[in-house]
Design a protein around this ligand. Structure first.
Ligand code: FAD
Ligand code: SF4
Length: 507
């Protein structure tokens, strides 16, 4: 059942066993598990209710309806970095590219050795959850007939330079290669939470509240007893709501929104909102003699990941929507139009950096205030990644490369020039990064002095206020995170059922 806050005129006061804040990768996965326990659950989502029928091929309506702050959320540092997040039923999974990666073993080991979290996040169990999720969301490597030329050329380049790469594995069922995952899948093929775990939970009685922003969690002593908030219509306040929680409140509002919600609810920890980590991505545009038709094929169907550990980057083919690509093209007036005219011959491949940088996320008047600055080592790694990407582009036969980097030539035409990218500017503001993979702002720790959330997922000092999203990750992953977020949310939900008393109450 969906309670659509855009239409809700009356105040609501209801009681559930569990209240889950956020309907993205973490929240929906927890809803999937808890709904099977017989418990009465509410999933509260700030963004609107949407359906597959709402998805089109234009960026602007997608930004307005599906993205937080219409895609204008940014991190401040030397560079202003867009921090893109979905805000709608299904969260960021509605706009993501559905790439599936398991947590790399070396990252898990660092969680075990340096943070003592081996028992709290047992790797063997996580593998069982990954197996289950992959079965349920029909994960498979992008088949060659869906590659399209953007992905295919990256595969050709990998072969030429003997790089380690392969088709991305994705959650999809019947993908038609329309290259517009970031606008919502118009065919319902991408197995986002909107078309998978949320309907599953709703069919088992979960109540989904949309356009419903949770303002705070109400704590009585060390117990979370309710959440309060308000319905809204396009950010205009409607009626208030109180959702009482007999057993627990699970916060899955994302690494950017979770720390603010905890702070508004009275959680105090010097680690709250600190240790923010992310994976900035920087694209290079190649122009080929042959037709590429960027907007056909899987949005992100091929990746090269041989530098995950040493270089801390991976390279991904990514089809940017035209409205996002064109502003990146150099020139003004006629010369800009001439470049746009060759857009059918362009590829876009991006370096995804596992940054060392730690930033902060604080509550601001108009949303989260994010600070994040790449370190000198990050800049070195980024430049190496860009050089490698340029070498791949030339190896695949690119006629020119549009760098989009202030301080470097607009266009590179000779393979020898790829080295320029490695000695490019140090200032991140000269590049145009964006971030979508976000971690660490309420990290898990054994002791309260080291983090915000305990090994049982409860906020330190509380018995049943749980955090289950990537805020709790102690480090950056270096890979696409939704699969890890989902497996950990699955593990968290099972742990929480055990902690809070097994089967739910009768409806
Ligand atoms: C464009 C894009 C492409 C991506 N591609 C990939 C990919 O291919 N593979 C991959 O692994 N990852 C990808 N990601 C990242 C991945 O989607 C996220 O890491 C993951 O969805 C995060 O899960 P989450 O549950 O923490 O947050 P989200 O999925 O962002 O969900 C959080 C939800 O909580 C809601 N919320 C926040 N505050 C409140 C509040 N106070 N009250 C009520 N609701 C609230 C938000 O509106 C949002 O819907 C991509 C992300 C983006 C934006
Ligand atoms: S590429 Fe595939 S999964 Fe993505 S929007 Fe198009 S049909 Fe859907």
């Amino acid at each position: 059942m969906i309670v659509d806050g855009e239409k809700e005129g009356r105040a609501l006061d209801e009681t559930f066993d569990y209240v889950i804040v956020g309907s993205g990768a973490a929240g929906a996965t927890a809803a999937r598990v808890l709904s099977e326990s017989g418990a009465r659950i509410a999933v509260v989502e700030e963004g609107p209710a949407i359906t597959t029928a709402d998805f089109g091929d234009r960026l602007w309506p997608a930004l307005r309806r599906l993205y937080r702050q219409m895609g204008t959320q940014v991190a401040y540092g030397r560079a202003i970095i867009p921090v893109l997040q979905g805000s709608c039923l299904g969260g960021s999974t509605v706009v993501n590219s559905a790439i599936v990666r398991r947590l790399p073993a070396d990252v898990w080991q660092s969680w075990q050795v340096e943070h003592g979290l081996g028992e709290a996040l047992p790797l063997e169990e996580l593998h069982e959850y990954w197996d289950q999720i992959e079965r349920e969301l029909s994960t498979r490597p992008t088949p060659t007939d869906l590659w399209g030329h953007n992905n295919r050329l990256l595969a050709v380049a990998a072969q030429h330079v003997d790089a380690v790469g392969g088709p991305t594995r994705r959650n999809e069922w019947g993908c038609r290669g329309s290259a517009r995952c970031s606008l919502g899948c118009p065919h319902g093929a991408k197995q986002s939470m909107l078309v998978s775990y949320l309907p599953y939970a709703a069919a088992r009685g979960a109540v989904l509240l949309t356009s419903a922003r949770v303002d705070k969690v109400i704590l009585k002593g060390n117990r979370a007893v309710a959440v309060t908030g308000h319905f809204h219509r396009r950010q205009r306040r409607q009626a208030p709501f109180t959702l009482r929680a007999r057993r627990g409140v699970l916060v899955a509002a994302s690494a950017i929104q979770t720390p603010g919600l905890l702070a508004r609810s009275g959680v105090r920890s010097r680690h709250l909102g600190r240790h923010f980590q992310g994976q900035p991505g920087v694209p290079l545009i190649g122009i080929f003699d042959e037709k590429v038709t960027l907007w056909s094929g899987a949005t992100q169907g091929y990746e090269i990941d041989q530098q995950l550990t040493q270089g801390r980057f991976k390279i991904e083919a990514i089809a940017l929507p035209p409205e996002a690509l064109f502003p990146r093209l150099p020139g003004i007036g006629r010369s800009w139009l001439a470049t746009i005219a060759s857009s059918g011959y362009m590829t876009t491949w991006a370096v995804l950096l596992r940054a060392h940088a730690h930033g902060t996320v604080r509550e601001g008047r108009f949303g989260a205030r994010i600070r994040f600055d790449l370190t000198p080592q990050d800049m070195t790694n980024l430049r190496k990644g860009l050089r490698f990407t340029a070498e791949l582009l030339f190896a695949a036969g690119a006629r020119e490369i549009l760098t989009g980097i202030y301080g470097l030539p607009e266009r590179l035409t000779n393979p020898d020039e790829a080295r320029l990218l490695e000695i490019g500017p140090n200032n991140p503001a000269c590049y145009s990064p964006a971030m979508t993979h976000l971690f660490g702002t309420a990290r898990m720790s054994i002791r309260a002095s080291n983090g915000v959330v305990g090994p049982n997922f409860a906020v330190h000092g509380t018995s049943n206020l749980f955090v289950i999203d990537s805020s709790l990750f102690p480090t950056n992953l270096g890979i696409n995170p939704q699969h890890t977020i989902m497996a950990i949310a699955m593990h968290a939900a099972k742990t929480i059922v055990g902690l809070t008393g097994g089967l739910g109450t009768q409806r």
